[in-house]
Every structure is written in structure tokens, then in C-alpha cells.
Design a protein around this ligand. Structure first.
Ligand code: BGC
Length: 413
């Protein structure tokens, strides 16, 4: 491994998580609706998830016990503002307690204000293709920062606003005009009494209008946070795939890199940092993405190539274009073979060390994810967790990779 001295003082080591994926019963959210309508593309509903809404204290204690010092977590807009303009004091008190618990265990929270899920009322009113969403998000940011902002120093506004553009390049996701033909959208629209073409959840809308709304929401959200607490470092976190061209298709890849990664990184320039979230690479030729891994290379649970080197490219790309500090806010591997994850984490940490050695300003490494959790449309199938969760008993069992990342954190701190 690279010399420990390559990691700067104060470098953050942590694990990430997101409300809807672990808390359970997030029933006022838009995705809860999409998980339950007939024709849902979700493999299964999130249900009680990891019951983290009640078990957060022991989960944070577990994270701290591993030797990690940062917990990236999110606040659920649908819980805090279940009806427009109505803020739930009990939900706010809950998140205060989560954040205070982090401090009790010596863990610095990194707070994401929006991690894919929105209140159902927002979806019913045009979601992430309604320009008013930006000011509604900013109002939410203002309330959260006023109520909780004394408890964290790093805030992420939006998680992966560029993901739908990556998914669309991979051929996944419905365009507005197609939404009435897809049962999930049509049924959700019928349930809410709205036109299916207007249904625009955060991670499924790859339109230019959606881009504008998200950028405005990020900027207005950032300004709202800064207006209350200027000392909080604010940025957004991006889905940074290492986008490569097959031989002869370098120009195809360059165009995709510009629209999926580049413009979001350019838009990050006024921020305090950008969160890089990398799971590997995607290789394109003129016909689209090459499917899955070349023969014989090690693959993850989804059949994709395990490619820790991708993180080196995406960190460098982010730093070069955005010109601001980088945190790796997500990096991980879906696998049922934890020895693969141990290797992946060791290699990824080495990749980060290489970036630091080249003078790139990387300030933290946060693993996705603490617990085996609800992986969106894939349900509980993919195992990204450092800690296994028994779905029947909710019992937590740290995997060897959990201890390994704790060891690496101690070694390099
Ligand atoms: C998201 C997480 C997700 C992870 C693994 C990222 O796109 O931010 O919520 O679970 O990737 O799929």
C-alpha cells in the first residue's frame, strides 16, 4: 500500500447511507407511491427497510466502533414537510437526535438534504420538471439549516442530479411523452389525479427542463443554507462514472462525458466542494454502451466489471473541471463475496492515495454503504453493505470489509 503520509491531516473516513434506503416506512414520499402502484418497476417495496429510524443510535455506535469518523446521512424531505408548508416538529426532533448521537460517538455527520426521494405532494405538482420546485427546495433547506445546522459542517444539497442523464445514455428511463404508456407512471398519475406526462421523479427525469430545475434548486438551496449558516461547506454530489470510448469511439465518449459529467462539474465551480460518487466505468461505442464486462474479468453482483481504477479518473476529472476540493461521498461494490469488497476498498484507497500524491485536493473517502439496504428498483438484492442486515430479525453483522476499512482509516489518520 502507499505510504500513510500521503493522507492529509483531517481527511475524513466514513460510510454513507440515505434515509429512504434504511429508515423504513417513508410513506409520504413519492417513491413509496411508485413502489406500490400496479406495474411498479421496483423489485419490491422498501417496507421497514433497516428500521434505522428506530435503530440509528446503535447503527452510529457500530460505525464509530469500526474506527470510522464520518457518517453521511440524509434528512427525508417527505417526513419533515409531509404536506406543503407544514413542517413536522417530531421529524425535526428525530434528526436532531440522530445528529447529536453522531457527536456523542465522535462521528462528524455529513448531511444530504435530498437523496432521490421527494414528498409525494411535490411529485403531484410536476416534481423535478416544475420550476417552482427550486424555491420549494430552498425553503426546505432554510428550515432544516435553521433547525439542525448547528450540528454539521458539511452539507450536500442534491444527490446525483446527473444520474438520469447517465441512465438515459444506458437506455434506461422513460421520456415524458412515453410516460402514459408505461403502467407505473400511468397508474401513479391516476392515483394522484395528474397527467402522466408531468410525472418527474428526481432520478428518472433526464430532460433539459429537469437539468435547469435541479441546477436552480441546488443554487437556491445552497444560498438558503449559507444565509442561515455561512460556515457550513456546501456542495452537491454527482454520479461520476468513468465514461470511456471503445477504440474509434473516443468522440462519442467525449460528448457523453461533457453532458453527463462535465456540465455538472462546471456548474459546481462556485461551491465549497463537489462530492464524487463512482462505481466503475461505462464504455461506449457509436451504438451505445457496451453491455457488461469483457469475458474473464471479475464482476460484481450485477455482472458489471469490478473497476476500482475508475475512481482515479473521476476524482481527477472533477478536480480539473470544478477546480474545488473533492470528497469521495460514495464508492462501493455490490457483492455477496465480501473478500471482493475487501480488495476493492484496499485498491480504491490506494487510488485515492495516488490522487493525493499528484496534488489533487481530496478531503475524504466515504464508502457506500453502512448497511445492506434498499437498492431502489433492485430492492434488497444488491449487497453493498459493510454490515449485513438479517431481513427477518434486523440483526446487524459487520463483514470483514467493515473492519478492514476501519483499519485503513486508522492506519492513514
Ligand atoms: C446512490 C445510492 C445507491 C448507490 C448504489 C448511488 O447511485 O446515491 O443511493 O444506492 O448508488 O446503487
Amino acid at each position: 500500500m502507499t505510504e500513510p503520509t500521503t493522507f492529509p491531516e483531517g481527511f475524513l473516513w466514513g460510510a454513507a447511507s440515505a434515509g429512504h434506503q434504511v429508515e423504513g416506512d417513508n410513506s409520504s414520499s413519492d417513491l413509496w407511491l411508485l413502489e406500490h402502484v400496479a406495474g411498479s418497476i421496483f423489485a419490491e417495496p422498501s417496507g421497514e427497510a433497516c428500521d434505522h429510524y428506530r435503530r440509528y443510535a446503535s447503527d452510529i455506535e457500530l460505525l464509530a466502533g469500526l474506527g470510522l469518523t464520518t457518517f453521511r446521512t440524509s434528512v427525508e424531505w417527505a417526513r419533515i414537510e409531509p404536506s406543503e408548508g407544514v413542517f413536522d416538529a417530531a421529524a425535526i426532533a428525530h434528526y436532531r437526535d440522530v445528529l447529536e448521537t453522531c457527536h456523542r460517538y465522535g462521528v462528524a455527520p455529513m448531511v444530504t438534504y435530498h437523496h432521490f426521494t421527494s414528498p409525494r405532494w411535490l411529485l403531484a405538482d410536476g416534481g423535478w420538471e416544475n420550476p417552482r420546485t427550486a424555491e420549494r427546495f430552498a425553503r426546505f433547506c432554510e428550515v432544516v439549516t435553521r433547525e439542525l445546522g448547528d450540528l454539521y459542517e458539511i452539507a450536500c444539497t442534491l444527490n446525483e442530479p446527473n444520474l438520469p442523464f447517465l441512465l438515459s445514455a444506458l437506455g434506461i428511463g422513460a421520456k415524458p411523452a412515453d410516460r402514459q404508456h408505461v403502467p407505473m407512471w400511468a397508474n401513479a398519475a391516476a392515483e394522484m389525479g395528474v397527467d402522466p406526462a408531468t410525472i418527474a421523479p428526481f432520478q428518472f427525469s433526464a430532460t433539459e427542463l429537469g437539468y435547469d430545475v435541479k441546477l436552480a434548486a441546488h443554487r437556491m438551496g445552497r444560498d438558503a443554507i449559507k444565509a442561515v449558516r455561512p460556515e457550513i461547506a456546501v456542495g452537491w454530489t454527482l454520479a461520476n462514472s468513468d465514461i470511456q470510448g471503445a477504440p474509434g469511439a473516443e468522440d462519442v465518449a467525449a460528448k457523453l462525458r461533457a453532458s453527463i459529467n462535465g456540465r455538472f462539474l462546471e456548474a459546481s465551480r462556485g461551491d465549497d466542494f463537489v462530492g464524487v460518487q463512482t462505481y466503475g466505468r461505462h464504455v461506449f461505442d457509436a451504438d451505445g454502451a457496451l453491455v457488461h464486462a469483457p469475458d474473464g474479468v471479475p464482476v460484481n453482483q450485477m455482472g458489471d466489471e469490478i473497476y476500482p481504477q475508475g475512481l482515479g479518473s473521476t476524482i481527477r476529472e472533477a478536480a480539473a473541471i470544478a477546480g474545488i476540493p473533492v470528497y469521495v461521498t460514495e464508492n462501493g461494490l455490490a457483492t455477496t463475496d465480501d473478500s471482493q469488497r475487501v480488495r476493492f476498498l484496499e485498491e480504491s484507497v490506494e487510488v485515492v492515495a495516488g490522487c493525493l500524491a499528484d496534488g489533487v485536493d481530496v478531503r475524504g473517502y466515504v464508502v457506500w454503504t453502512l448497511l445492506d439496504n434498499f437498492e431502489w428498483i433492485f430492492g434488497y438484492g444488491p449487497k453493498f453493505g459493510l454490515v449485513a442486515v438479517d431481513r427477518a430479525t434486523q440483526e446487524r453483522t459487520p463483514k470483514p470489509s467493515a473492519y478492514r476499512i476501519g483499519e485503513l482509516a486508522r492506519l492513514y489518520s
